[in-house]
Design a protein around this ligand. Structure first.
Ligand SMILES: [Zn+2]
Length: 96
């Protein structure tokens, strides 16, 4: 618990610097921390590779946003979706 409290205090200090909040305004601080937490969650979700389930000859569909992106002969070369930035799982080479 002690460590967690310290970590939270560190985060709150960082948030004060980054989000330009009044350190004496508890509500504003809490909202800024929440915003930062959401941003971190969003980032970690985007960095977790997603498997592409729909691949055609010239295009594939992003599993996160559904954007239609280009690929070459059914081979996806993007590491990230050009539309939303979702990290994509590298394709397994097809047998045969
Ligand atoms: Zn996408």
């Amino acid at each position: 618990m002690y460590e967690l409290a310290n970590r939270l205090r560190e985060v709150a200090d960082e948030v004060d610097n980054d989000y330009d909040v009044d350190p004496y305004n508890t509500e504003q601080r809490c909202l800024a921390i929440l915003e930062a937490a959401n941003a971190i969650e969003e980032l970690s979700r985007k960095e977790t590779p997603m498997k592409i389930t729909e691949i055609h000859v010239d295009e594939y569909f992003c599993p996160a946003c559904g954007a239609e992106n280009n690929c070459d002969q059914g081979h996806v070369q993007d590491a990230y979706c050009p539309a939303c930035g979702q990290r994509l799982l590298p394709q397994q080479p097809k047998e045969g």
